[in-house]
Design a protein around this ligand. Structure first.
Ligand code: MEV
Length: 449
């Protein structure tokens, strides 16, 4: 295909060197000159989001590299979450309208039916040293047996504090993966990282293990006889944590399920259960079903300064653990009781990382009454379950658009710079009319003329 590139574009595609050493203002100038020359507001838009408090701004600037501004997300509150008998208000950082409202509604609904129960099933994190060994398996096994105490000894300076908190390295295993990839082995390590997510801790331990493994292999004359000996490829934690599992559940008599006078509890349960079955057997639906669960999970994960990419990757891998992508939630009716539950892997931290650094993250943890990592796992899983309940309830009754568009109405009105009076009038109008982009625009124009 022929691509036509103008002279200006050609200029723009020139690489820049030493960018990271430019000041923040210089970076913005460079950006405006090279990529935003047709946007006279570019610089002021970026600067509009700077915080007046210079110290706070510097803190944010230093979270990442080449910072030019801040990127806001709304922080909402979902109250009335009764979790293991205790009422909590959940801080949720998310841009999607209707998620916080749906969470709050589900929380209220279940608070009147016994609340959510949640429990951590296990709490193991995993890391691997991946290496290639071109020699006799028996020799590698002997080496591993000999050096295991040395491996543990070498990481003592790193594990010391974690051990004081009751965590540390649980076990180290040598795994033979040569049937999948020629000469490929792993040190497979289980960790208990207590209240921290533990990524830095795990990776530091693994890199030390790799160093010792490589050194010890080099010391063995019989290893050197092999073609390439032992070669460490990489050392890194795994974001797949199927043994860092949390369960969240709700239950109530079937007869109490429906709040709609036109639908019985039995009818509601039947439709709801079918909706979950469909997500269990149909991957196209399962992905959207689970996306709704992630609306709740990610919002709490973000607000509490945890790594939502790690959580997303781990949960979706778990949803496909039996070889087919499926629903994360499940349900059944047992002796007249509707039971709805979910078990998911969640590696979260309430110490370390951003948790002690970002003022809003600290506040979010305060709102949650300073939870331990296990408690945060429970709260987050509950947020996911509540979100799924709310989504399915809408889908099998009114449909999702009614609630969604109601919330989206404000976005549309803001997009068209509606005044407070216009907003009030049109919110009233759209209680009884269908909300679409064009209908909102039409009513707004009518009002203005
Ligand atoms: C939208 O963000 C999430 C839903 O699509 C989830 C679902 O379909 O279950 C409503």
């Amino acid at each position: 295909m022929y691509l036509w590139i103008s002279e200006t574009q050609r200029e723009m595609t020139k690489p820049v060197s030493g960018f990271s050493r430019l000041t923040k203002n210089e970076k913005i100038e460079w950006l405006a000159e090279n990529y935003l020359s047709n946007n006279e507001n570019a610089v002021s838009i970026l600067k509009q989001y700077w915080n007046e408090d210079e110290k706070l701004q510097k803190l944010h600037d230093e979270f990442i590299e080449n910072t030019v501004s801040n990127f806001y997300l709304p922080l909402g509150l979902a109250p009335n979450f009764k979790i293991n008998g205790r009422y909590l208000t959940l801080p949720m950082a998310i841009e999607e309208s209707s998620v916080v409202a749906a969470a709050s509604k589900a929380a209220k609904f279940w608070s009147e039916r016994g609340g959510f129960k949640a429990s951590v099933i296990n709490n193991r994190k995993i890391g691997q040293v991946h290496f290639i060994f071109n020699g006799k398996k028996e020799k590698l096994k002997d080496l591993f047996k000999d050096i295991e105490p040395k491996l543990r000894e070498a990481v003592k300076p790193i594990t010391h504090n974690m051990e004081k908190r009751g965590g540390g390295i649980l076990d180290i295993e040598l795994i033979d993966k040569t049937s999948l990839l020629k000469n490929y082995y792993q040190l497979f390590v289980n960790f208990d990282t207590r209240d921290s997510m533990g990524a830095n801790f795990i990776n530091s331990c693994l890199e030390k293990f790799a160093e010792v493994l490589q050194e010890e292999a080099q010391k063995r004359s019989d290893f050197n006889n092999t073609e390439k000996g032992l070669n460490v490829i990489m050392s890194i934690l795994s974001n797949y944590v199927p043994e860092c599992l949390v369960r969240a559940e709700v239950s109530c008599p079937v007869s109490e399920l429906s709040e709609d006078p036109n639908m019985s509890g039995e009818e509601f349960a039947e439709k709801f259960i079918q909706a979950v079955r469909i997500a269990e057997i149909e991957p196209y639906r399962a992905v959207t079903h689970n996306k709704g669960i992630m609306n709740g999970i990610d919002a709490v994960v973000m607000a509490t300064g945890n790594d939502f990419r790690a959580v997303e990757a781990g949960i979706h891998a778990f949803a496909a653990k039996d070889g087919k992508y499926t629903s994360l939630t499940h349900d059944k009716i047992e002796e007249g009781l509707f039971k709805f539950w979910m078990e998911i892997p969640l590696a979260l931290g309430t110490v370390g990382g951003l948790t002690g650094l970002h003022p809003l993250v600290k506040l979010a943890l305060d709102i949650l009454q300073k939870p331990s990592a296990s408690e945060l796992m429970e709260i987050t899983a509950v947020a996911g379950l509540a979100q799924n309940f709310a989504a399915l309830r809408s889908l099998i009754t009114t449909g999702i658009q009614q609630g969604h568009m109601k919330m989206h109405l404000m976005n549309l009105l803001n997009q068209h710079n509606a005044t407070e009076a216009e907003k009030e009038e049109l919110t009233e109008f759209f209680v009884h009319h269908t909300i679409t982009h064009s209908s909102v625009l039409e009513q707004l124009e009518k009002l203005r003329s």
